[in-house]
Design a protein around this ligand. Structure first.
Ligand code: ZN
Length: 278
């Protein structure tokens, strides 16, 4: 991907090293949030579902400073690209796009959705309309998920921005509401539809990146591989040796690739209706 020296978004809030939790084990609030999320099937709209990836890099060691500064720049530039892509899209449909804020933090931080923990992976909080990202997630992607490369990390950011777009369009609150009145299996199924749509929305950013010639050879494959790497079946296989489809909250590797590809190729939100797709 071409990202070095390009326009950076101004909508980044840098809380790294500001002591908002630091590299500590999850506090009681964090644990409650995780449990509540697991019970209701609402997982703060992260990129990965259960089971978690285990101890994260954030809790083990810090990123090498050179890599961290590259990831920081990449995040600023990818966020700017999502802003350009969605501004363009909303504009064409007579609406204006209100960008999300990307919060960079280390270990843990306060959010309107409770205590954010790096162990949860990147996530979007609808309460404050912010995306939360601990840059060390990149190390987890590379070492635990086998999804390395700038386009893989960019996909994760674009997926979270996808949840913000769902929030702006009123889809997120509607689905969260619906999840309260159904059983666990149905709530999980709704969560999968939400997540696959966020993947399709990430694809709309990808479509823009292709058109702007930001992507280089192999980047689409890296993004697709990243989507496959966070499929529930693959994560469950890795963690417990078998997959339980009823417990999926984010979709299988095949479905995540399918919807990302749909957004990438069509660049059209109307092709991202996962709720009508059965
Ligand atoms: Zn998500």
């Amino acid at each position: 991907m071409k990202w070095q020296g390009r326009t950076r978004s101004r909508n980044v809030e840098d809380r790294r090293g500001s002591g908002g939790g630091g590299r500590k084990t999850p506090g009681i609030i964090g644990i409650i949030v995780l449990l509540v999320g697991a019970y209701y099937g609402v997982d703060l709209s992260g990129v990965v579902g259960t089971p978690s990836l285990g101890p994260t890099s954030a809790q083990q060691s810090s990123l090498n400073p050179q890599l961290e500064s590259q990831l920081e720049e990449l995040s600023h530039v990818v966020l700017a690209d999502t802003e350009a892509a969605w501004k363009d899209y909303f504009g064409k449909h007579g609406q204006s796009y209100t960008p999300t804020t990307l919060v960079l933090y280390t270990g843990g931080t306060q959010t309107a959705c409770g205590m954010g923990q790096a162990a949860m992976g990147p996530f979007y909080c609808p309460g404050d309309k912010k995306v939360y990202l601990d840059l060390s997630f990149y190390e987890d992607m590379r070492t635990k998920l086998g999804a390395a490369g700038d386009a893989a990390f960019a996909y994760v950011i674009a997926h979270e921005v996808g949840h913000h777009v769902q929030n702006l369009l009123g889809i997120l609150p509607q689905v969260h509401q619906a999840q309260q009145s159904v059983g666990k299996t149905q709530a999980n199924a709704l969560s999968v539809k939400l997540e696959l749509q966020a993947d399709c929305f990430a694809g709309i950013w990808g479509h823009y990146a292709v058109n702007q010639q930001i992507f280089e050879a192999g980047d689409i494959e890296k993004a697709m591989n990243a989507a496959a790497s966070v499929g529930d079946d693959r994560l469950q296989q890795q963690a417990q040796g078998y997959a339980v489809p009823d417990s999926f909250t984010h979709g299988s590797s095949a479905d995540r690739m399918k919807w990302l590809k749909r957004g990438l190729e069509g660049g059209d939100i109307n092709q991202c209706n996962t709720f009508d797709a059965g």
